[in-house]
Structure formats: structure tokens, C-alpha cells
Write a protein that binds this ligand. Structure first.
Ligand SMILES: C[S@@+](CC[C@H](N)C(=O)[O-])C[C@H]1O[C@@H](n2cnc3c(N)ncnc32)[C@H](O)[C@@H]1O
Length: 271
């Protein structure tokens, strides 16, 4: 992989990606469906958390899912097999050196990957080459600057900012959601439409309190405790107060908001 992957590949991160995908299925994927017979390239599939949803929702499309991590591909293969799906193939590959012919895919799907790359624009341009004219690309990214909550807490923002800083130092961008539109346009895609997908959580939605606020966002911040302290970004006590305050938003009067950005565009040219 060309960049350090800030979240790592440990088992808790695998669970976090699964919780995130399970909780957000309708919000992110309700309008994702691929036609009968189409060939879809999923880039950076990780442990297959989105792959299962995509393949279940478009049973008559074929998916080729790639990731630079062999371990993640092995796990994704197990998950897809476990779900009884037979329309997904996997391949280990770096998205900057994909071994596929130009214009060989009808659609491309990229979720939570650009945020980890130092050259997201180059990545999109390379993926455009693999799309047939008239084919579509879907890009989904978060933006940690979109996290706000009640009770508000400077310590919680400071802990979140540690992840933004670590990701930037690793070559990525945890604030990339707001850039999905300009990146897709700069890569030459036509008819680009970006829709914000806001997760709003209060205690009347216990599934989101658990699946998103606790097990997705707070778990993600907790996961960078050691590197953030080790890099001297924050004192241990301050970090722990930040995490405590994120957890505080899951109480009866707490509220947590976060926005994902989903962009869809087309490759220029006739279908
Ligand atoms: C946050 S995970 C997202 C996984 C999955 N798309 C999801 O939504 O659950 C980012 C994934 O991108 C992969 N990745 C990062 N850089 C890559 C590269 N250069 N080529 C292929 N995959 C890459 C990582 O290995 C990791 O599995």
C-alpha cells in the first residue's frame, strides 16, 4: 500500500467497519443498484463490509472487489461465501496499478478509501480509465469535520482532531467528504451529483446510538489513543476526557450528528 492505513487491520477495526456498514446500509445504499449483467469494480473493499450489501442488492450484476491487503481480501471472501453470494470475485491489487484493460467495467464503486490516499485525484483519474464511456462511478466518503454533538465538548473535538492530524500525517485526509464534488469534477466525470447523508442520532434511535455513535465513531477515536499520545498530539488525560464526552452523547439527552457524502458521476462519451 502506498500510504500508512491509519485505522490498521486489527480485529476490532474489522468489527468497526462491519458495524458501520450494517448501521448505514439504508442511508448509504438505498439508491445503489446495478443493472442485470453489468460488471462492477469495487475498489478498496476491505473486509467486504459494503461488498455483501452491494452484491445482495444487485444479484444480477457481477462484482470484482479489490484491495491492497491480502488479509482483508481473505476475510471479505469468507463473508461473501458465508452470505451465499456467487456474484463476487476478489483480487488483491493496488488501486494505483490495477491489472485491468481500459474501459473494462460498467461501474466503479469506492467507499471510505480516498480519505486514506495522498493522491485521491490521481486515483479517480486512474479509475476513470477503467470505466467504459457512459459508465458510472460512485464515491462515498465521510468528513470528520461534520461531527457535532450535544453536550458539546472541546475535549471531544480535540480527540477527534487527533485523528484528522494523524491521517494527514499519514498522507490522507479525514475531511475529504467536502471535496468529493471537486475531486470527481477534476477527474473529468460528467453529471456529478453529490448528496450529503446525515446520520442523526438521539436516544429514540438506540440502534444508531449503539451501532454508530458508540461502535463506529467513538470506537474509531478510541482506536487512535496510542498513536495520538505517542505522537505528542495530546495528553492521555485530555484524550480520555474527549472519549468520555463522546460516550456522554449516548445518554438519554445526548445527540450526535455526522455527515457522509455520496457522489455519483458518469464517464464522458457514448454508452
Ligand atoms: C476504511 S477501509 C474501507 C473498506 C470498505 N470499502 C468499507 O467501506 O468498509 C479502506 C480500505 O482501502 C484499502 N486501500 C488503501 N489504499 C489502497 C490502495 N492503494 N489500493 C487498494 N486498496 C487500498 C485498505 O486496505 C482498506 O481495506
Amino acid at each position: 500500500m502506498s500510504e500508512a492505513y491509519v485505522h490498521g487491520y486489527h480485529p476490532r477495526e474489522k468489527e468497526r467497519l462491519e458495524d458501520q456498514a450494517g448501521t448505514l446500509v439504508d442511508l448509504l445504499h438505498a439508491d445503489t443498484a446495478y443493472p442485470h449483467g453489468s460488471l462492477v469494480l469495487e475498489v478498496g473493499c476491505g473486509v467486504g463490509a459494503q461488498t455483501v450489501t452491494l452484491a445482495q442488492r444487485s444479484p444480477n450484476a457481477r462484482f470484482l472487489s479489490v484491495d491492497v491487503s491480502a488479509d482483508s481480501i481473505a476475510e471479505a471472501t469468507r463473508r461473501v461465501d458465508g452470505a451465499g453470494l456467487d456474484n463476487v470475485g476478489f483480487q488483491q491489487a493496488d488501486l494505483f496499478a490495477l491489472p485491468f484493460a481500459a474501459e473494462s467495467f460498467d461501474h466503479v464503486f469506492v467507499c471510505f478509501v480516498l480519505e486514506h490516499l495522498s493522491r485521491p485525484a490521481a486515483a479517480l483519474a486512474g479509475l476513470s480509465r477503467l470505466l467504459r464511456p457512459g459508465g458510472s462511478i460512485t464515491v462515498i466518503e465521510g468528513d470528520h469535520g461534520s461531527a457535532y454533538f450535544y453536550p458539546d465538548s472541546p475535549a471531544a473535538h480535540a480527540a477527534t482532531q487527533c485523528l484528522v492530524t494523524l491521517q494527514r500525517e499519514a498522507g490522507g485526509n479525514a475531511l475529504i467528504g467536502r471535496q468529493v464534488y471537486p475531486l470527481m469534477v477534476a477527474a473529468g466525470f460528467d453529471a456529478v451529483r453529490v448528496s450529503p447523508r446525515m446520520v442523526y442520532v438521539d436516544s429514540s434511535r438506540p440502534d444508531l446510538v449503539d451501532g454508530f455513535t458508540l461502535k463506529t465513531f467513538t470506537a474509531m477515536i478510541e482506536g487512535i489513543r496510542e498513536p495520538a499520545i505517542g505522537a505528542g498530539l495530546i495528553e492521555p488525560e485530555s484524550f480520555d476526557v474527549g472519549v468520555r464526552d463522546l460516550r456522554r452523547t449516548t445518554e438519554a439527552d445526548g445527540v450526535f450528528c455526522y455527515t457522509f457524502f455520496k457522489g455519483v458521476g458518469e464517464k464522458r462519451g457514448r454508452a
